[in-house]
Ligand binder design. Structure first.
Ligand code: FNR
Length: 185
């Protein structure tokens, strides 16, 4: 899930790179993305029964996923509005939502000096509040410019690829431990 909907997005490029890494190393994974622009603004009146079609679709994709990987820009020290809107839809009904117990790895990318790291605490707090299961991994906050995005829409810089490799590893490790976690719980 990319928190940026703009063409040339660094966060979307980071997720394309994750997709490329997963395809190269673990060809069996399907890696659908969510179109956050398809979701209406959150409205609790509309969040009754199955809800709007686009919301049903998004909830279905997330429910079926083994894990989520979310990359967001920092906008004024917080996740983007489109991402927060999507997480609000996905977080309901509370306690039995598509996010409940879902492993989620997060990263940020920005042209800024800190790679958007200032948005991560809020994103993690929202995910925890929604009952998701944050994947433990070293913080990934990519400082980059659009000129670093290849024609294929991915990052090629070794340090960025290595950081994303680590995030993929941590996510897969979490998944491999999930049966043990649920038995323990
Ligand atoms: C930003 N940006 C930004 N960066 C950052 O590190 N801390 C911040 O607080 C902000 N605030 C902010 C507010 C607004 C309204 C905009 C438009 C931008 C920079 C932003 O994170 C950067 O442009 C990212 O590259 C945007 O992500 P995508 O679209 O490249 O994925």
């Amino acid at each position: 899930m990319s928190g940026s909907v703009r063409d040339g997005s660094l966060n979307t490029a980071a997720l394309c790179t994750v997709r490329e890494i997963l395809g190269r190393r673990h060809g069996s994974f399907a890696t659908p993305g969510l179109d956050l622009t398809a979701l209406p603004y959150y409205d609790q009146n509309a969040d009754r029964g199955p809800g709007p079609d686009a919301v049903c679709t998004a909830r279905g994709v997330v429910s079926a996923a083994d894990a989520l990987i979310i990359s967001t820009p920092s906008y004024n020290g917080a996740m983007s509005g489109v991402l927060k809107n999507a997480l609000d839809w996905l977080s309901r009904p509370w306690g039995a939502s598509a996010l409940t117990g879902k492993p989620v790895a997060v990263l940020t990318a920005s042209t800024g000096r800190t790679g958007g790291a200032d948005a991560q605490p809020e994103l993690l707090r929202v995910l925890e509040r929604a009952g998701a299961f944050p994947v433990a991994h070293p913080k990934v906050a990519i400082t980059a410019g659009e000129e670093m995005i290849s024609a294929a829409g991915t990052f090629l810089r070794p340090s960025v690829v290595a950081a994303l490799d680590g995030l993929v590893d941590a996510t897969l490790t979490t998944l491999s431990r999930q049966p043990a976690l649920s038995q323990a719980g």
